[in-house]
Design a protein around this ligand. Structure first.
Ligand code: BES
Ligand code: MN
Ligand code: ZN
Length: 478
């Protein structure tokens, strides 16, 4: 894992990143005459990012004059992108260390550059014989003195985002529901979070009909993991409950998915990964918030006794669901978890799920589709955090009209809507299991990407973790 360290000055003969606004600042950077004239030339050509190859190391210069006038959210994202660019060069030349300088105009610029660099060099290579591991291991960061603590926060943010990526990238051959719960429990113990894993018997006793129905086609039992972080002092009167979809693999079940693209359905527990890593990050930051996370987990497979289109399922809260498509399994397991959340009398519930292809089709990987019954104030706080973390939220309409689309002839509801508004009818289904302020985040678009995108690497992105951390930080800011 990459290590961040505070360092006021760059080390001689090691790679360094300098941010500058005006060209007269270049004098501060111990450049040779030739280098200064090279930089001047590049600046005249309107280059903002200049890399000087000194053969034992690189000097990266970035002119930020343009960035300075932008919004805080836009600035942060620019800096992360710059970090990703630097990462490419450092990795290509197999350097192990880089120092990132700050700029007086923005006291935390270097932190965001560092974030982008660290997230960009992530690799998932454990199953390769020839690992070719990236060499970059250490990022030295210059920040304001009072921001030293933020370096520790950055370490946590990156580690937890990458933990989520690792889980999402892990195939079901190595991460079934039982193994996933076991790994969550191990991590919880290490990070000061209480953890209880309910096994199949306990899930049966609780009559979690949705989770059990989806699990019927599987040879592996389901799990229901309960995480709780309750510091000695916290600012919320009632707990905040996170819920994450933990479908460790989604074949579609008897309503089988086509082969093309099915391989990516190992990502169907990305919501669970995000809420687990999210609560760990909140705990490691010692934020004064009482938070619970609920993770229903199973694979969704066809099988002799798999749940079947036409079945009627008795859910945990007693409502009945007519199953018309076994591939709409996420809402079945989330419904039980959302109903279970009621026992905490929550202040607010946030669920994260790779729930619908419709959400991905609507906005792609560029953002998170959200909806729900939380207050405008609560929603605005999430949206602001989404901008700052660049895990942007797009709120979809949630009119009562959509609820009509999931009416069943024979049960309280059916598990699919019509041909339109698939992300919303999925949300309307979930709503029927909530009696508290609630927001639903459909991360089907951004959870798993097919090509690198600046600091987001191909495969699992860890989306949701940085959103949750930013939101929790803003919420607890004094
Ligand atoms: N896990 C999928 C949704 C998904 C799609 C996640 C693409 C990530 C990328 C979900 O369980 C699903 O299959 N949804 C169906 C619902 C439909 C049957 C009503 C869908 O979106 O097609
Ligand atoms: Mn499905
Ligand atoms: Zn699914």
């Amino acid at each position: 894992m990459i290590q961040f360290t505070y360092s006021e000055k760059a080390k001689a003969n090691k790679s360094a990143v300098y941010l500058f606004s005006k060209s007269n600042e270049l004098q501060n950077f111990t450049l040779s005459k030739d280098e200064i004239s090279y930089v001047d030339k590049k600046l005249k050509e309107e280059e903002k990012f200049i890399a000087i190859n000194r053969f034992t190391h690189f000097i990266f210069l970035h002119q930020i004059a343009e960035i300075e006038g932008k919004s805080e959210a836009a600035k942060r994202e620019k800096y992360r992108g710059l970090g990703a660019k630097i990462a490419q060069t450092l990795v290509a030349h197999q350097y192990s260390e880089v120092w990132i300088g700050n700029h007086e105009s923005n006291p935390s610029a270097s932190l965001f550059v560092a974030e982008g660099t660290a997230l960009a060099i992530y690799q998932f290579i454990k199953y390769k014989s020839d690992k070719k591991e990236n060499t970059l291991k250490s990022i030295l960061v210059q920040t304001d003195k009072n921001q030293k603590a933020e370096i520790a926060g950055l370490q946590i943010l990156v580690e937890e985002t990458l933990r989520a990526r690792d889980w999402v990238n892990e195939p079901v051959s190595h991460l079934d529901a039982v193994e996933f719960a076991k790994q969550i429990k191990t991590a919880a113990k290490q990070n000061g979070v209480a953890c209880e894993v309910l096994n199949k018997k306990q899930i049966e006793t609780l009559k979690m009909g949705g989770l059990l129905a989806v699990n019927k086609g599987s040879k592996t039992p389901p799990t229901f993991t309960i995480l709780e972080y309750k510091p000695s002092k916290f600012s919320n009167k009632k707990p905040i409950v996170l819920v994450g979809k933990g479908v460790v693999y989604d074949t579609g079940g008897l309503s089988l998915k086509p082969t093309a693209g099915m391989d990516t359905m190992k990502c169907d527990m990305a919501g669970a990964a995000a809420v687990a890593a999210g609560i760990f990050a909140i705990a490691r930051n010692k934020l004064p918030l009482h938070v619970v996370a609920l993770i229903p987990a199973t694979d969704n497979r066809p099988g002799e006794i798999a749940y079947t289109p036409g079945d009627v399922i008795h859910m945990y809260d007693g409502q009945t669901v007519e199953v018309l498509n076994t591939d709409a399994e996420g809402r079945m397991i989330l419904a039980d978890a959302l109903a279970y959340a009621q026992k905490y009398d929550p202040e607010m519930v946030l669920d994260f799920a790779t729930l619908t292809g419709a959400a991905a089709a609507a906005i792609g990987a560029y953002g998170i589709v959200c909806m729900g019954t939380a207050s405008e104030e609560q929603k605005l706080k999430m949206k602001t955090a989404g901008e700052l973390a660049h895990e942007r939220l797009v709120e979809f309409p949630f009119w009562e009209d959509y609820a009509a689309l999931i009416k069943s002839d024979i049960a309280d509801m059916k598990n699919i809507g019509g041909p339109v508004a698939g992300a919303i009818t999925a949300g309307k289904f979930l709503e029927k299991f909530t009696k508290y302020p609630w927001m639903h985040f459909d991360i089907a678009g951004p959870a798993f990407i097919s090509a690198n995108d600046t600091y987001k690497t191909k495969g699992g992105t860890g989306v949701g973790v940085r959103l949750l951390v930013e939101w929790a930080k803003q919420l607890t800011k004094k």
